[in-house]
Design a protein around this ligand. Structure first.
Ligand code: CTP
Length: 399
């Protein structure tokens, strides 16, 4: 059932570590390859030998193997796996991975892994309900980490409440669902633009906007996770793409973004224009820093190329072309006019009037407008918004 799939299991120091033996067994029975990383604390609960025997692989517990002086590469382990399942995940490890700490082999592997990360939290009920832990859970969820949610019941502390690790069968099912999820964009090539552009005034100044690129990167991850090959033409952003199926082409200006897009578009089946491209650029870029003179200063701007409009002219019948519209007023009217003037198949509207939507937020609230109608969606994390957009593209491909 999971033949050829590579499962990395991370075990941290919780009493439910003994249940991870059953988890390893379930993956092995499904013909998956399994490797195990244990933290120092996990070894206090169960011997590595148990997992080595069940997984038929050596267990990794440290960066160095004291017996042969070999280095256990966290990068190699993270690249090897199709999924990294941390079960049990203690409150401490959840906090570390939410904050990017890399203080042992497990957390370091987690930080460098490109595969899907999944956690099965296990802790005492008060640690579980603590706002700090809850905040860490939401950070991880927003980043697309999969959860095998903790259950309610008897806890090792003698108390009863939420915090029990999900049963191994449940953890296995969640991972299996991810690993066997439909690769409905397999063989498709997707072009995505993301982030802002920077229009140079002089060597130290530029004109830009508040776009963070989070939405475009979330869309790229969604298509890649469903089998597509993604080319992401990205303006300067802080976010990063994790999937190895995403090729990022870094650009600065609208002109550079245009150049890359016209090169890529003809080979693509789908193109999604989520970048906040500057509409104007300085007519002249000063070669040296502009000095203040005490007088007023005027910068003459000229229009940039409208990338979407140009690609809209090149669009072929079999290509799906999607645009974004960020509006502050007359939202529907403006979005509909862009849908037509840029030859989009549908346009994703977000309004700055909606709280928690658009620039900088981890959530978004969208309306999808096509020639066949309008669909409104609730405010949700950007990775789930990305799923709605990909599902809509899928619908059009099937028509
Ligand atoms: N777009 C683009 N190139 C530009 C400007 C916009 O590719 N130079 C794309 C955006 O990525 C988005 C769509 O066109 O998919 C609409 O962008 P938006 O900024 O909302 O609209 P504009 O056409 O720039 O109109 P205005 O700024 O006047 O609202």
């Amino acid at each position: 059932m999971l033949s050829g799939k590579k499962i990395l299991i991370g075990i941290t120091g919780g009493i439910s570590a003994y249940k991870s033996a059953v988890l390893v067994r379930l993956f092995k029975k499904a013909n998956a390859e399994v490797k195990v990383i244990m933290t120092k604390a996990a070894k206090q609960f169960v011997q590595p030998l148990t997992f080595a025997t069940l997984s038929q692989n050596p267990v990794y517990t440290d960066f160095f193997n004291p017996e042969n002086g070999e280095w256990n590469s966290h990068v190699r382990l993270g690249l090897w796996a199709d999924i990294f399942v941390i079960a049990p995940a203690t409150a401490n490890t959840v906090a570390k991975i939410a904050n990017g700490l890399a203080d042992n082999l497990l957390t370091t592997t987690c930080l460098s892994a490109r595969c899907k990360i999944m956690v099965a939290p296990a802790m005492d009920l008060d640690m579980y309900s603590n706002p700090a832990t809850q905040k860490n859970f939401s950070i991880l969820k927003e980043r697309g980490v999969l959860f095998a949610e903790a259950g309610d019941g008897f806890l090792a502390s003698g108390l009863s409440g939420k915090g029990r690790m999900a049963e191994p069968e449940e953890i296995f099912e969640t991972a299996k669902n991810f690993l066997t999820q439909i690769q409905d964009f397999n063989g498709k090539k997707v072009l995505i633009t993301a982030g802002p552009t920077r229009e140079k005034i002089d060597p130290v100044r530029f004109i830009s906007n508040y776009s963070t690129g989070k939405m475009g990167y979330a869309i790229a991850e969604e298509f890649a996770s469903r089998g597509a090959e993604v080319v992401l033409v990205s303006g300067p952003v802080e976010v990063n793409a994790k999937s190895h199926k995403i090729t990022i082409l870094h650009v600065n200006s609208a002109a550079e973004m245009y150049e890359e897009c016209v090169k890529q578009f003809p080979q693509c089946d789908i193109a999604i224009m989520s970048a906040a491209v500057a509409d104007f650029t300085p007519e002249i870029t000063a070669e040296t820093k502009i000095k203040k003179t005490g007088d007023e200063m005027t910068i003459k701007l000229k229009p940039t190329k409208d990338i979407a409009k140009e690609l809209g002219k090149l669009k072929q019948e079999n290509q799906i072309f999607v645009g974004f519209a960020l509006e502050t007023d007359h939202e529907m009217q403006n979005a509909e006019s862009k849908l037509n003037s840029k030859n989009f198949d549908f346009i994703v509207l977000n309004s700055l009037k909606d709280k928690g939507a658009a620039f900088g937020y981890d959530t978004n609230k969208i309306t999808i407008i096509s020639r066949s109608g309008t669909e409104k969606f609730d405010l949700k994390p950007k990775n789930l918004v990305a799923k709605d957009i990909a599902d809509k593209v899928k619908q059009l491909l099937e028509k």
